[in-house]
Design a protein around this ligand. Structure first.
Ligand SMILES: *[C@@H]1O[C@H](CO)[C@@H](O)[C@H](O)[C@H]1NC(C)=O
Ligand SMILES: *[C@@H]1O[C@H](CO)[C@@H](O)[C@H](O)[C@H]1NC(C)=O
Length: 347
């Protein structure tokens, strides 16, 4: 399905002459060759665009990562790597921490180590532990009409995927607005910024979801699968591959990372922090290899390599493509988080 010409005059109709002259064919040869080259070029460009369209920006390696030493929920000191979009700091690949200044204020330095022990929870990785949306209703709006035009189809599809098995979830769209509003999710589509979202709800924080679309500078995009994953974060789900029991279900190959660094157990910086185990993560229920929140096998890997390998002879297989739908365990967890609403109208 490359190039179609609609003929105005049907010269190949009944009057088609079978009188081909060698010289006419020779004369037309350059035109025919030119046509062929044009068709080949057109097909290549089309194929390129299609490839880019299916290429996910969830594993955005085109970012400038900074690693800082801060403290986790249990007061343990650890590295966290992040990139910035405007004032926002994005950690663990695609989760909005909040403004960068806040993250930096949590940095652990030798001088505050002593004081630190007394304020364990104050210096948590997430200043605001994930909270649930009141009434299980996600309130969101687009930053502009052009953002809405670009990503609405993916947002609507993601909402549908979530509501299918969790009909108690509600998504309320508010009018387009260019200003951040505390307690509401602003959907943006900033070029080259990746796919990201806040974790859970907060009454006092401005909440964001970015769905980058292909542009001249960055060819990848965030489509329906990625939007569904980001809504998973927005609803309060963390990454499955950062659960404390991750290593019992797959093998993490740190040296296969794009620009591998800090691969010794218990350490991380830059990309390896995206795979750090979160010891205190609430991981009720069995591990979900088909979870929407599980990274795919080649996440952040160098081309041709994989970072997450299935355990040999295990029935659990690390997915090769981005999961696009909440699985049974994801739905059960969402039901657990929004228990009151889920009970009123169970799946
Ligand atoms: C990367 O980020 C650091 C810290 O934010 C900054 O100092 C540096 O200039 C950035 N480098 C590039 C290439 O953007
Ligand atoms: C933290 O990151 C630095 C590099 O930024 C690295 O040298 C150090 O080993 C890391 N430490 C831990 C505990 O991960």
């Amino acid at each position: 399905m490359c190039v179609y010409y609609k003929r105005k005059d049907d010269s190949f109709g009944p009057s088609l002459s079978l009188h081909f002259q060698f010289s006419t064919i020779l004369m037309k040869l350059p035109i025919i060759l030119f046509g062929l080259v044009f068709i080949i070029l057109f097909c290549t460009v089309t194929a390129q665009v299609q490839y880019q369209n299916t290429s996910s920006a969830l594993y955005n390696t085109n970012v400038n990562l900074t690693t800082v030493y801060i403290s986790d929920l249990q007061g343990r000191h650890r590295n966290v790597s992040y990139y910035t979009v405007g004032k926002l700091a994005i950690v663990d690949g695609d989760i909005v921490y909040g403004i960068e200044a806040l993250l930096l204020s949590r940095r652990v330095t030798a001088t505050i180590l002593e004081r630190h022990a007394l304020h364990k929870r104050v210096h948590s990785i997430f200043h605001d532990s994930p909270k649930k949306w009141p009434g299980a209703k996600v309130v969101y709006y687009y930053q502009s009409l052009s953002v809405k035009r670009k990503v609405q189809a993916y947002v609507d599809e993601a909402k549908m995927r979530w509501k299918k098995k969790n009909p108690f979830l509600q998504f309320e769209e508010r009018p387009v607005c260019d200003e951040p509003v505390a307690g509401q999710l602003m959907i943006t589509s900033i070029d080259c910024a990746g796919c990201y979202a806040n974790l859970g709800w907060s009454s006092s924080s401005e909440l964001y979801m970015n769905l980058q679309q292909p542009s001249g500078l960055c060819g990848r995009g965030c489509y329906s699968n990625e939007a569904t994953h980001e809504f998973g974060h927005a609803l309060g789900l963390y990454h499955e591959h950062q659960r404390p029991d991750r290593d019992r279900h797959q093998i993490f190959h740190c040296p296969n990372l794009m620009d591998p660094k800090c691969c010794n157990p218990g350490t991380c910086c830059d990309f390896s922090c995206f795979f750090r185990i979160i010891p205190n993560l609430d991981h009720s229920g069995p591990y979900g290899m088909t979870s929407l929140m599980q990274y795919r096998a080649n996440a952040f890997a160098r081309p041709g390599l994989i970072t997450l390998e299935s355990i040999p002879f295990s029935e659990e297989v690390v997915p090769n493509t981005n999961p696009g739908f909440p699985d049974l365990l994801d739905n059960m967890r969402i039901c657990e988080i929004y228990l009151k609403e889920c009970k009123l109208s169970p799946p």
